[in-house]
Design a protein around this ligand. Sequence first.
Ligand code: ZN
Length: 311
Amino acid sequence: MQQPDLAALAARQLAAWPLARDNYEALHAVRTRRFTVDGCELRLQFNPARIRSTAARVDARSVGERPCFLCPDHLPAEQMRTPWGDGYLLLLNPYPIFPTHFTLPALAHTPQTLAGHTLDFIRTTRALEGFTVFYNGPRCGASAPDHLHFQAGNRGFLPLENEVTVRTRRTIIPADTHGNTLYTLPGYLRPLLVLRSANETWTDEHLQRIIALLPTPPGETEPRLNLLGWYDTSKWTLCLFPRTEHRPRRFYAEGTGQLLLSPASVDLAGVFITPREEDFLRITPHDLRDTLREVTPSPDEMERIIRLLEE
Ligand SMILES: [Zn+2]
């Protein structure tokens, strides 16, 4: 995959699309709170334009009744479409979290799943050097669970990127002679698996093995997970977060008990998005820790998964 001039592409798109331009300009003034919880950096971004994603109704009926906003026929007329990889488009996301934020939908209306598409993810990660590419499972934050898509945002924005390199590791698969390895980060508030490799085939095989070992809930098509990846110094780093709940309990609470946090890849990577000012102002580090705990496996369950991977 050839990397187009992404900065030029984004600039052309913003010049031609007032809605996107306004939302990217609003991002310059976005308010952020920073916390350190158990040695992890967590940020909270107050981003009103993300209400459509945070509060998206993703049950089968709601999804079935709305026109799919990622299908080429339904994209806004102003949205520029750049062909990408094997059957995808590269689009500027008009409701950004990152200073440059792309969405990469499949051309065909096909369900959100990694099955058969892990190599697409890995190749996109390599081609978008300088960006973190991410995938939200259909029950783990994707607001279009019915249409396969990845997203990408600038490197240097997510605390995860630095933390996976500097925190103490626990090795699951020791590095081979090529440096291919799988590890986890003990005490990271939300359990994850980190693949580090210079080899595309090794990365794909191990990603598929992890997915095959994770439990798939009854009636669902794949294990619940969020996946982020980037490519630098001729190596992939893939971070997979196994998931349990789609949304924390307080998302569904009524009145003042409600917190509109709907964690997906970006939140698990350390930047929580909240579209409501009242939540932005009152959320405590304790709330963030509880939210992470509720949507990720318990230490015992994670230990079981790690043991399987060690075999
Ligand atoms: Zn679609």
